[in-house]
Design a protein around this ligand. Sequence first.
Ligand code: VGL
Ligand code: ZN
Length: 193
Amino acid sequence: MDYDGKTALIVVDVQNDFADPDGSLYVAGGEETVEPINQEIDRARKAGAYVAYTQDWHPESTTHFEKDGGIWPVHCVAGTWGAELHPHLEVTGEAVRKGTGGEDGYSGFSVRDPETGEKSSTGLAELLRERGIERLVVVGLALDYCVKATALDARSEGLAVTVLRDATRAVDLEPGDGERAVEELEAAGVAVS
Ligand code: VGL
Ligand code: ZN
């Protein structure tokens, strides 16, 4: 993907809990994405493209967590080491935080109230719209959750979307989840390269 003013790069959840082997929801190989992502950030910045980041940002108690009725170990609790962006990640733009009110949801674009099911925007769509963005490159963690959900929502927003396979890794709760995510993305018109 060549960057320009109408193409943005979104760096999804490159946080210690996912990208550091000591993180509580470590995604195998997560730390290996940091270098290719930094190169992508450099390419995007040199072309004057907009770069945004997302952060999973949970309260201590949320139905997202296994201990509170969900499926995940406690991770990315607001203000903790695990929620910080990886220390080697080049940070050059705004970070959109999702799940701050205990909502569920994986996409950088929207979260869902676990009680009412009501969806609300994180503000990312507005940030992109204000800048007249038409194309989005999505990288980060994890391929089968937040990267996939963000890319699919971006397609629903009418954007052309590319996911860079080398700059993401899958949780693979079930073996093959990453490959199935790629198929789902491609079926939705996302380019995976
Ligand atoms: C994520 C599981 C739980 C992600 C976030 O960033 O892909 N996965 N919360
Ligand atoms: Zn989470």
